[in-house]
Design a protein around this ligand. Structure first.
Ligand SMILES: [Mn+2]
Length: 288
């Protein structure tokens, strides 16, 4: 047995890529997954309306925040259970699964009741009681990388969820804090090939939080697919200027409509490159 500190998350002990199944969607399968939606659920009508538009435009999973970890206690904190109920209704109407952030152990049963994928936000990446608690559920978990955490710390956090009995973990790189201030965070695209080498878990990229500027999101979305990510999660708002959270980094619906087909085309184009890399890697592991 190896001395790897994250035996369940490591590729060495699990050479094949893991695929997380959510309804008809395979995250970590052959084609890239697009998760899209507003940062926060703001009202029933606005959310249902954008969900229908996103579904038509090629989104496969709907995002939305109901419990929001905001830097300021005076900022909009989310709609809470009402927001989750709205997401469930949008899911019924569009047929798309949903993802929303769970902020604490206390509200976990509620979030797990309404949504299909539980998101652990960057600020909670090392909230160990919460990681253990989502590890005991049967819902897929998307684990965002902390904004000042190493890849090893991130995989250790994934290990908490896996070791609690939940095999359905998806990683999401969302930018780390560096000296650079031109963008909100520095999107660490290095993390994709590094995770591919170290782990079998699927990895997505969040270029919205990673850059903080909607104008940079399409380029980094395409880069995410070219570097081998299993998909992207992007923020989209029907009127970004009026958004209650993260408006500056939110695409308009029209911008998303232009981006989504490029992601699917790029994914098809890039697939053979990663297939080859995966075979090489698997062979190498089996001889060592
Ligand atoms: Mn946001």
């Amino acid at each position: 047995m190896s001395k790897i500190p994250y035996p369940l998350a490591s590729r060495e002990n699990h050479p094949e890529n893991s695929v997380v199944q959510v309804g008809d969607i395979q995250i970590g399968g052959k084609s890239a997954t697009i998760i899209a939606g507003p940062c926060s659920v703001e009202s029933r009508d606005s959310y249902v309306e954008i969900a229908i538009e996103l579904q038509k435009a090629g989104a496969q999973i709907l995002r939305g925040g109901a419990y929001k970890p905001r830097t300021s206690p005076y900022s909009f904190q989310g709609m809470g259970e009402e927001g989750l109920r709205i997401m469930a209704e949008a899911s019924d109407i569009t047929g798309l699964p949903t993802i929303s952030e769970v902020m604490d152990v206390e509200t976990l049963p509620l979030v797990a009741h309404y949504v299909d994928i539980l998101q652990i936000g960057a600020r909670n990446m090392q909230n160990y009681p919460l990681l253990k608690a989502v590890g005991k559920t049967k819902k897929p978990v998307m684990l965002k990388r902390g904004l000042a955490n190493t890849i090893e710390e991130w995989l250790m956090s994934a290990e908490y969820i896996l070791s609690a009995g939940n095999p359905s973990v998806i990683l999401c790189e969302r930018g780390i804090r560096t000296f650079e201030t031109a963008t909100r965070f520095t999107l660490d695209l290095n993390a994709v090939p590094v995770i591919r080498k170290l782990s079998h878990l699927p990895i997505l990229i969040d270029p919205s939080h990673g850059t903080g500027h909607s104008g940079y999101v399409p380029a980094l979305s395409r880069a995410a697919i070219a570097v081998g990510a299993d998909g992207i999660m992007v923020e989209v708002h029907s009127n970004p200027a009026e958004a209650l959270s993260d408006g500056p980094q939110s695409l308009t619906v029209e911008e998303f409509r232009r981006l989504a087909p490029h992601i699917h085309q790029l994914s098809d184009f890039c697939q053979p490159f990663f297939e080859e890399a995966k075979n090489a890697r698997t062979a190498k592991i089996s001889v060592s």
